[in-house]
Write a protein that binds this ligand. Structure first.
Ligand SMILES: NC(=O)c1ccc[n+]([C@@H]2O[C@H](COP(=O)([O-])OP(=O)(O)OC[C@H]3O[C@@H](n4cnc5c(N)ncnc54)[C@H](O)[C@@H]3O)[C@@H](O)[C@H]2O)c1
Ligand SMILES: [Zn+2]
Ligand SMILES: [Zn+2]
Length: 422
């Protein structure tokens, strides 16, 4: 499986002290020494000098993103190099492409990957070497005041360096063109053959997922991670509570699954058109409402006038934001996941919100260190079905097309980009 890791000629020695898969081959379970010898070549590793990545250069048409050769990224302290197996196609990347969420260009998008750790930066946990892993899109610094109190989802350096500048926490990107131009990383920059990720966002996959669902496991890193955070942290959803999910694409499908795992009932899916609503039913929705109708009124009808305990908004439009406030019962909670053009504002009826004790909770990802093990456990035990929502698979060459289709609402559930074969 790892033979191709060591396929080309020896490159310049790493600039930092790093341990590699080749140097620590014994950390991995091996069938025999002979097989190990076939798989690995001696230290230092023979990594290619360059890798292929989908680079966004600021064009608002996602289909114009092109594959470029970038210098092979190398991990620094507390980071690892991952050979990417697959990367999920998330609408947040599309917001960046469309200029709705500011981000420096050129950049490599893609922020939920599965892959194999092939090199360790200094101080990185040695047991990660050779492990099949998934990454969370929030990569906590582990040192700021928010991380220290467990609120990793508001990690300050993550927003300042990564979301603001496309960098990691030493104030530089690990990505460069062959000519030496800096290339921004959106999270780890997963739409590439290799990516560097801080170890705070890297989680080993249990054998069942690593062996059978390695590619699919990438969607645990944003789609299901985000759904977990919204259901458990923002909404604090309880068994038996009623739920509506407005926007049942990738993340919405995962919210439905997470709500089902908690025991919510009913689960009302709201989206546009029969195809999306039928898909939502396959993911566990018990009732559906077409979004072209008067959504709060339809939700009231379906709940004997009570409306729902919790409404999740998972698209990020003014109208759907406002509908979510009006779809919850008195004392209910609206949890907001959808990201919008940063200029978009919504209106809420102040007196209704105050007198009816409505809570509006923003929800961004989840808390990597505490929540990811729970997400992985739910996936391993089959309590969430993260395979059914994956309806399309693209190659790296087709990734740009995948984002164009996502923008045209032609993707049901989630698409993934499969980058390597193992
Ligand atoms: N808060 C977070 O941590 C976080 C994480 C990931 C994604 N997001 C955001 O969540 C949103 C959804 O992401 P995704 O990847 O699931 O996108 P997606 O494109 O897969 O899904 C969006 C869904 O909304 C539906 N939709 C469109 N207009 C609608 C309307 N008027 N009413 C109801 N449904 C409508 C679409 O048909 C589609 O099914 C995006 O804004 C994305 O940026 C937020
Ligand atoms: Zn995402
Ligand atoms: Zn932090």
């Amino acid at each position: 499986m790892a033979a191709a890791l060591c396929c080309t000629s020896l490159q310049a020695a790493p600039q930092i002290k790093a341990r590699t898969m080749a140097s620590d081959a014994k950390a991995r379970p091996m069938a025999s020494d002979a097989e190990a010898a076939k798989r690995f070549k001696p230290n230092p590793p023979e990594l290619p000098a360059t890798m292929r990545a989908v680079v966004w250069r600021g064009d608002m048409d996602p289909a114009k993103m092109k594959i470029e050769e970038l210098q092979m990224p190398r991990p620094k302290a507390d980071e690892v190099l991952i050979k990417v197996r697959a990367c999920g196609v998330c609408h947040t990347d599309l917001h960046v492409i469309l200029g709705e969420v500011p981000f420096p260009k050129p950049g490599v998008l893609g922020h939920e990957v599965s892959g194999t750790v092939i090199e360790l930066g200094e101080g990185a946990d040695a047991s990660l070497l050779g492990a099949k892993v998934m990454t969370t899109f929030i990569m906590p610094c582990a040192k700021c005041r928010f991380c220290k109190i467990g609120e990793e989802d508001t990690c300050e350096p993550f927003f300042t360096y990564n979301r603001g500048k496309g960098q990691l926490y030493d104030g530089s990107s690990r990505l460069k063109t062959v000519a030496g131009e800096d290339v921004a990383m959106y999270s780890m920059g997963g739409l590439a053959e290799y990516c560097v990720c801080p170890t705070t966002a890297v989680f080993k996959l249990p054998e069942r997922l690593g062996e059978n669902l390695f590619a699919e496991s990438c969607v645990l890193g944003c789609m299901f991670f985000t759904a977990y955070g919204a259901v458990h942290n923002a909404a604090r959803l309880k068994k038996g509570e009623s739920v509506a999910v407005i926007g049942c694409g990738g993340v919405g499908s995962a919210v439905i699954q997470m709500a089902k795992a908690v025991g919510a009932d009913p689960i009302i899916a709201v989206d546009l058109g029969e195809e999306k609503l039928n898909q939502a039913k396959k993911n566990g929705a018990t009732l559906t409402v077409d979004a072209s109708s008067d959504v709060p009124a339809e939700i009231a009808k379906l709940t004997n006038g009570h409306k729902v305990d919790v409404c999740f908004e998972v698209i990020g439009l003014k109208k759907t934001f406002e509908n979510a406030v009006m779809s919850v019962r008195d004392g209910g909670r609206a949890a907001y996941i959808g990201i919008a053009d940063v200029k978009v504002k919504a209106e809420v009826p102040i007196t209704h919100l105050v007198r009816r004790r409505i809570s509006l909770n923003g929800s961004y990802g989840a808390r990597a260190s505490t929540d990811t093990p729970e997400v992985v456990k739910l996936a391993e035990n089959g309590q969430i079905d993260f395979v059914n929502p994956i309806t399309r698979r693209f190659s790296l060459e087709e990734a740009a097309q995948a984002y164009r289709m996502l923008g045209n609402r032609e993707i049901l559930g989630r698409a993934i980009v499969e980058i390597s074969k193992y």
